[in-house]
Design a protein around this ligand. Structure first.
Ligand SMILES: [Zn+2]
Length: 426
């Protein structure tokens, strides 16, 4: 398994080395230099805007670590104080069947964790977003979203965890193998189907009425074999200033969705370019590829969690009142193991996603054929993503290519299509 991660990291290195080696070609005939053109794009951002987006994004690096430390501390406290064992004892008194006891435990535990995490969530999701002028939300609306999120997770998570623990009790030491086999189906559900049902809980979706924007997008979708027959607009602006779009669903739930910031902040060419990128994700089957890669990553994570659990149980299990891997009172310990693994796997997960984003960028360029509008859209993304990080910084922390590399790809594409673009202008 570690070889897999090495292979994937090496794959990312190959892609970035290849990007760098491609970038130095200056057209002899026209003198168009992709690197100089990229620098000119970056110069459109004021030094203050660059400094703000760098600070915002670099702060995220620390938050990854802070989130891990806080969640480890809270889990440790819930074990050390006997809270987890006490909660299990209460659930055992309230219900006779083990499955129901487990479900009850997770419901109560989820509410307590949600409340304990609220201060850090508030800092990250509300205070910091306002400080960097990204958010348009009031504190009340933000809290409303948090409550909705809790209710939805209470409908799904306790049931899933109760099923997981039924598996753990049955398969004991081999639970992680069975859990790994179920993971691809769960990921498919959560990545493909759940957004179609859950997104309308948080945003209002209306069919895009403007034929000037809608028709070229649907035409491009048809040309690329994407069976969507409607484009939706959703009201992201009541939360954030960020620009985004997506193609979601499968079979007869496929929909193209644009956020209203994209529509108000980008010209139609920019919207086309972003949609070309999104169609690329669909046509190149990135969701299915992500499901396979992430399932392998989770399999490794479950194995690690199993090892970590038994390591900790042997030392502190008796003091914390945790009886064994099948005891739901050990849930914080399972959370700690998985949390540590996911923290360490951050560069691998980012690289799996980033490599697909590079592909979708090329797909967007080739389908929308709007290198300048696309570069402008990438400049907008620079408001919350550091534009020009170091090579390793990008590999470790970036789940999308940096603005510099994305604009460079646009300018390289432009350099090879100067005649076509000039003819299109006439
Ligand atoms: Zn993308």
């Amino acid at each position: 398994m570690p070889r897999l991660s090495r292979l994937m990291t090496r794959g990312a290195l190959c892609v970035s080395a290849w990007l760098v080696s491609l970038s130095n070609h200056v057209s002899a005939a026209t003198g168009f230099d992709p690197v100089a053109a990229t620098e000119a794009y970056l110069a459109k951002m004021s030094p203050e805007a660059r400094a703000r987006s760098d600070a915002y994004f670099e702060g995220n690096y620390w938050l990854i670590l802070i989130n891990l430390i806080v969640s480890l501390l809270l889990s440790w406290l819930l074990l050390k104080t006997g809270f987890a064992a006490g909660l299990r004892a209460r659930a055992e008194r309230w219900a006779s069947r083990t499955f129901v006891q487990t479900w009850l435990f997770v419901v109560l535990f989820s509410i307590v964790s949600w409340a304990l995490n609220l201060p850090l969530d508030y800092y990250e999701g509300f205070w910091r977003e306002h400080f960097y002028q990204m958010s348009t939300q009031t504190a009340g609306a933000w809290f409303g979203d948090k409550v909705k999120g809790l209710v939805i997770s209470l409908l799904m998570v306790p049931l899933l965890v109760a099923l997981l623990y039924a598996g753990i009790r049955r398969f004991q030491q081999r639970w992680w193998i069975v859990a790994s086999m179920v993971t691809p189906f769960l990921l498919l559900f959560f990545i493909v189907l759940a957004p179609v049902f859950l997104a309308p809980v948080f945003n209002k979706y209306v069919p895009l009425a403007d034929p000037k924007v809608r028709d070229p997008i649907l035409s491009m979708a048809r040309a690329n074999g994407v069976p969507a027959d409607n484009v939706y607009e959703f009201d992201a602006s009541r939360r954030t200033k960020r620009v985004s779009a997506n193609v979601s669903g499968a079979f007869n739930t496929i929909r193209v969705s644009l956020n209203d910031n994209l529509l108000t902040r980008c010209p139609p060419e920019g919207v086309m370019a972003v949609m070309g990128h999104e169609l690329g994700h669909y046509v190149l089957n990135h969701v299915h590829r992500h499901v396979v890669y992430l399932s392998l990553l989770f399999a490794l994570g479950f194995w690690f969690t199993n090892w970590f659990f038994h390591f900790a149980l042997a030392r502190w299990g008796a003091a914390w009142g945790v009886r064994g891997i099948g005891d739901i009172a050990g849930l914080p310990l399972v959370g700690m193991g998985l949390g540590i693994f996911l923290f360490l796997a951050t560069p691998i997960r980012n690289t799996i996603i980033r490599v697909a984003e590079v592909e979708a960028d090329y797909y967007g360029l080739n389908s929308a054929r709007q290198p300048d509008a696309m570069a402008d859209a990438f400049l907008l993304l620079g408001e919350y993503r550091k534009m020009h990080p170091g090579k390793w910084e990008e590999i470790v922390f970036f789940d999308h290519p940096s603005g510099y590399n994305r604009i460079l790809a646009c300018m390289r594409w432009k350099a090879e299509h100067l005649d076509e673009l000039a003819a299109a202008k006439k």
